[in-house]
Design a protein. Structure first.
Length: 236
């Protein structure tokens, strides 16, 4: 009887383990949750492509974090063939069977680092922002506007104005580099408290406030945290 209790204890203890903090970890390409995550990514592509999977293969586990829950939660950033970088979170309970053993709790979210511009160093022609612009480009621009407040000594925050005249280029680097030109910024009544504490959605342009036109360079590395960083910035 004592042997039976001791044998059951590890599984029971793991199932009741308290939630812990998130920490960096190292996992192999053959680790069961990693293999499961790659399959989940291919399944998602197949679901959005009429059932045809691109059969993406894992090239590298770029980043992995772990959290102790009832089992293990793995936060993975994976580099796959086709230059896809995908974020996916897998909940792994090794003592269970079937569908409950591993589940995707967040993602997969994938970004492709395009090679259509001739590989590393190739730069596109200037493009205008419009309804067909990829969301990641808009996200990069919005990041630049927010991050610009950390480099400004202005008393009041600014918001993005009419973007119909904004142009951008993109260049394959370690990730993607976006350069934005003719970006209109409009002063608001909100105090400039820095990007981290600033919610621009609640700031309205001041009709009598200062106006400026800026250029920004934003580095995008979707597998990093944060995914964007602000490079050059110039306003007049």
């Amino acid at each position: 009887m004592k042997f039976l209790v001791l044998a059951l204890f590890p599984a029971l203890a793991l199932g009741q383990m308290a939630v812990g903090g998130i920490s960096d970890t190292t996992v192999s390409a053959t680790y069961e949750p990693v293999v499961f995550a790659v399959q989940a990514i291919n399944n998602q592509f197949a679901a959005s492509n009429g059932g045809q999977s691109p059969n993406l293969a894992l090239l590298e586990v770029v980043k992995a974090k772990t959290q102790v829950v009832a089992g293990q939660k793995l936060f993975l950033t994976l580099h796959l063939t086709g230059d896809y970088y995908c974020d996916v979170t897998v909940w792994y309970r090794a003592w269970l069977k079937g569908d409950e053993r591993m589940q995707v709790t967040d993602g997969p979210t994938c970004h492709q680092i395009a090679r259509a511009m001739g590989g590393l160093g190739g730069q596109s022609q200037p493009k205008a922002l419009d309804s067909t612009t990829e969301q990641i480009v808009n996200d990069a621009l919005n990041f630049a506007v927010c991050a610009s407040h950390d480099r400004s000594n202005a008393m009041f925050a600014s918001v993005l104005g009419d973007t119909s005249g904004v142009t951008y280029t993109q260049q394959v680097t370690t990730g993607m580099t976006y350069t934005f030109q003719n970006v209109p910024l409009l002063e608001t009544h909100c105090h400039n408290v820095g990007c981290a504490a600033l919610d621009l959605t609640n700031c309205q342009a001041n009709a009598h406030g200062m106006k400026s036109t800026c250029s920004f360079t934003v580095q995008s590395e979707p597998w990093m945290t944060p995914a964007f960083s602000l490079g050059n910035m110039a306003c007049n």
